[in-house]
Write a protein that binds this ligand. Structure first.
Ligand code: A2P
Length: 295
């Protein structure tokens, strides 16, 4: 059992994907292999995660045919620009060991040089037209970034992947995405960013939220499963990360229960409006300069 969504270019994508942000390279291949054996058919990685090669290895080790797996990756900011992004595609496919990507997205806007972000997106449009990628999109775009992109390019992004969990639901972003037929995809969908070390000390883990725990208990499920179900029922894609086989399985075991409209509303009401990850409007000089190695 799974849930799929049709992207705005007709490509069908499993809504629940498997994330590998902060998965150490040495653990990534076995995590991906476990995820695919568990039933996941959508993997989300990024050039900047430094583990594309191991994602490819996990895919091959699983024995699942390439054609049955939806592969998504992201171009990092240091590869923005038209030629640079065409080359970033070669780096990504080289590391993943595949010919074609199912979804290639820009990792975030470069607010200090938005014209390069646009040039990068124009390269994605060419890759799409050439059939080298099946869908293209963006990540961490706020409505004003989207407006500018839509004004200056031709293909409406299929996906906008943003920080989205019960403590930060970004209603304006969701509305802007929906208005343009862009699928909102949640990163840190179970709020890992609310407890990852190194992202600020005053955070509350969304996994400990009493409302979520009560809702989960009522269905004999965990808070993580309740959150994933919430994303799916709200029509979003979600890509929970885990390197632990039991939690990889737990996060996929979300197709046998249904939250009520009232429960969905109670989860939506948990929004604090406070972002945990980086502000997409602030340039991060050091991070943006990080060089993505050749394949
Ligand atoms: P681990 O890899 O050890 O399982 P997110 O995708 O929202 O950022 O969350 C990822 C974080 O949540 C990771 O620290 C991951 O650790 C942890 N995690 C993943 N699945 C679960 C789960 N079902 N219950 C509790 N923690 C989880």
């Amino acid at each position: 059992m799974t849930i799929t969504v049709a992207l705005n270019d007709g490509v069908v994508m499993p809504a629940l994907g498997f994330g590998v942000f902060q998965s150490p390279p040495e653990e990534t291949a076995s995590a991906v292999e476990t995820a695919l054996r568990t039933g996941y058919r959508h993997i989300d990685t990024a050039a900047a995660y430094g583990n594309e090669r191991q994602v490819g290895e996990g895919l091959r080790r699983s024995g699942i045919p390439r054609s049955e797996v939806f592969l998504e990756t992201k171009v990092w900011v240091s590869d923005y620009g038209y030629d640079e992004t065409l080359h970033a595609f070669e780096k990504a496919t080289g590391k993943l060991g595949v010919e074609q990507l199912d979804l290639l997205i820009l990792h975030q806007p470069a607010p200090d040089r938005f014209e390069q972000t646009i040039a990068a997106y124009k390269a994605l449009e060419v890759l799409l037209a050439d059939g080298r990628v099946r869908a293209i999109g963006v990540s961490n775009f706020m409505p004003h970034h989207l407006e500018r992109l839509l004004d200056e390019t031709d293909v409406v992004p299929a996906v906008n992947q943003v920080e989205l969990h019960p403590y930060f639901t970004q209603p304006e972003v969701q509305r802007a995405d929906a208005a343009h037929g862009i699928l909102t995809q949640a990163w840190s969908p179970i709020g890992g960013i609310t407890f990852y070390p190194g992202f600020g000390d005053e955070r509350r883990s969304v996994l400990d939220d009493p409302t979520l725990q009560a809702i989960a208990r009522a269905h004999g499920k965990t808070a993580a499963q309740a959150m994933l179900r919430w994303h799916l029922q709200e029509g979003r894609s979600a890509i929970p990360k885990s390197t632990n086989p039991a939690r990889i399985a737990e996060n996929f075991d979300v197709f046998d229960f249904e939250l009520s409209a009232e429960e969905l509303a109670r989860i939506n009401a948990l929004d604090t409006g406070v972002r945990n990850g980086p502000d997409p409007d602030l340039p991060r000089i050091e991070a943006f300069a990080r060089v993505i190695p050749e394949a």
